[in-house]
Design a binder for this molecule. Structure first.
Ligand SMILES: [Zn+2]
Length: 280
């Protein structure tokens, strides 16, 4: 089972997230007080960021009724440890009611922006089965996912923009890991890149584009690290180039000074160059 829960602010560190305990105190037995169980996948929506920022797994959970907040605090402490009783989830809790308390583990930092127009339920919980939640979570980057799998449906240029937005929220160490993963179907990305560059050569001061009789343009996509040397068709290793610059890249004396997902700085046949992907 998957759940999304909302908090105004969330800690940036995995250690603080895992520290917990987390709780909700309600006047009634609201959903999912009886549905949240150990091993449920719990996503965390940070309303200040308008984004899901963590994926966790519920490690321990308890629910009980209480007749005073002090009693609830004692019960939480006994099983899960001390809570911060200055937080609004305690100070503004009903004086009697029901408490859902849990701890989480297996943390993965995410950046899944909330779909436009969607208002997070006031109770602060959303089922992963909800139609909107399913779409929302499709954007997630699983550890074993490939780039084409994490690009949501849409027109190619939008896919690339969404992907870059997703990438922007991931620590650089992780980006390195993701861009090194293979794209199974690289044609989507290649097409999106060509679109993004308006089918013109990205090499500085070139901008060549070759008209075709069907009204479109011919342009090539080069691998910065050659395929023959293990280079892959991933963002950060692809460049939109005219045929001349493509061949110069392939056969010339190429030295890469800096390479990120959307920026390339290098030396080609003795001349330094910088290329930035036109970003969203
Ligand atoms: Zn060129």
């Amino acid at each position: 089972m998957k759940f999304i829960t909302s908090r105004p602010k969330l800690p940036p560190s995995a250690a603080e997230m895992a520290d917990g305990p987390w709780f909700n105190m309600w006047r009634k037995q609201y959903w999912p007080i009886n549905e949240l169980n150990i091993d449920a996948v719990l996503y965390w929506y940070e309303s200040a960021e308008k984004s899901i920022v963590w994926r966790t797994i519920v490690e321990d959970v308890d629910r009980f009724s209480y007749d005073s907040k002090e009693e609830a605090k004692r019960k939480i402490k006994k099983r899960f440890g001390e809570i911060d009783d200055k937080q609004s989830y305690y100070t503004e809790a009903p004086s009697q009611g029901f408490c859902l308390v849990f701890k989480v583990k297996s943390l993965q930092r995410l950046n899944l922006p909330k779909p436009d127009e969607f208002k997070f339920p006031q109770q602060g919980w959303l089922s992963g089965e909800h139609e909107i939640a399913q779409k929302w979570l499709e954007m997630e980057i699983a550890d074993d996912s490939t780039l084409d799998e994490i690009i949501p449906d849409g027109i190619p240029i939008e896919r690339l923009r969404q992907l870059n937005n997703v990438m922007a929220g991931i620590p650089s160490a992780r980006i390195k890991k993701i861009v090194s993963q293979t794209i199974r179907n690289d044609t989507i990305l290649v097409k999106a890149l060509k679109d993004l560059c308006h089918f013109s050569c990205q090499f500085p001061n070139c901008n060549v584009r070759i008209p075709k009789k069907d009204g479109g343009y011919y342009i090539e996509v080069a691998h910065i690290e050659p395929v023959s040397e293990g280079g892959r068709s991933v963002l950060g290793n692809l460049l939109v180039l005219c045929p001349n610059h493509h061949k110069e890249f392939d056969y010339g004396d190429l030295e890469i000074i800096e390479q990120t997902i959307d920026y390339l700085h290098g030396k080609l046949n003795g001349e330094e160059f910088e290329i930035s992907l036109p970003s969203a």
